[in-house]
Design a protein around this ligand. Sequence first.
Ligand code: NAD
Length: 328
Amino acid sequence: MTEKEDVKQRIDDLTDQINHYAHQYYVLDNPKVPDAEYDRLIQELKELEENHPDLKRIDSPSERVGGKPLDHFQKVQHEVPMLSLSNAFDEGELRDFDRRVRQGLGADPTYSVELKIDGLAITLKYEEGAFVLGATRGDGSTGEDITSNLKTIPSIPLKLQEPVTIEVRGEAFMPKSSFNRLNQAREEKGEALFANPRNAAAGSLRQLDPKIAAKRNLDMFVYSVGQIEDKEIDSHTESLAYVRDLGFKINPEAKHCKDIEEVVDYVNSWLDRRSDLEYEIDGIVIKVDSLDHQEELGFTAKSPRWATAFKFPAEEVVTRLIDIELSI
Ligand code: NAD
């Protein structure tokens, strides 16, 4: 085989393998490999595609958001797409993100930093203050209507403090204690265990019978406004305070940082504290705070240019290493 044929073969293999894993994860809620392994494969594919754009397949997973919605739910078209986030895997990549942002703006932005909750992205719509529709992200443009299941989550208000028409977005998740109890009960009954709280939350919310979701002790943090009528908001920080006042649950650890140095300190401060939390996080989300700046920077096909996710080294890998050491 020529070198080019070798590369083509590797791109084909990676594309098929990643598409299979993505289907298992997003559509069937049944991951087959640890996230770190999945991220490593995606990274390898992206690098090969960048160097050989002519070999990139039309069904490449590197440009796609999430997975197809399940057929047994009503489909919901998102008026504003629900995108993914670009990633930074170390401090250097975080500083590269800051450099790109400052270059794009020709100005120095401030940032909002938040915990990256490891659950599933949800959109909630309210008309004149009443909860009317809740949906999953799905493939970014079409999600699943899971309103009945979301109504069972106590922290999702059915009526807001003001009669506003608004769409908010956030992360539904299963707290660690609920996850442990659920898996223990399943083990006692000889049922298959959930791989992790994210997978358990996604599996619970994508059931047809809302009684199942109601028993699973799910929760939700709202982290942004999708659309709003008749309200001027200037910054992301301001939008979080606004939705908190409307009655949504906001993560208390969100912080406003004046520059990338403060962002790096915030990220570092969570590296060894994440396991103290009552819920799982897989990183830190960094967002340019000014909404004018966000608009100026815009989006790629898959993610906003004004935000990135710093990904923590995976706990699964650490556990695996410990397992190996113990078995030697
Ligand atoms: P992502 O989950 O890394 O980032 C985007 C998501 O972050 C958003 O959709 C939102 O739901 C979430 N989020 C959490 N807190 C947020 C906050 N404060 N502000 C904004 N967004 C917030 O991106 P993705 O493309 O959805 O998924 C990639 C992830 O899924 C990777 O971690 C990957 O390892 C994992 N994955 C794993 C497998 C597997 O087989 N193990 C397969 C596919 C994907």
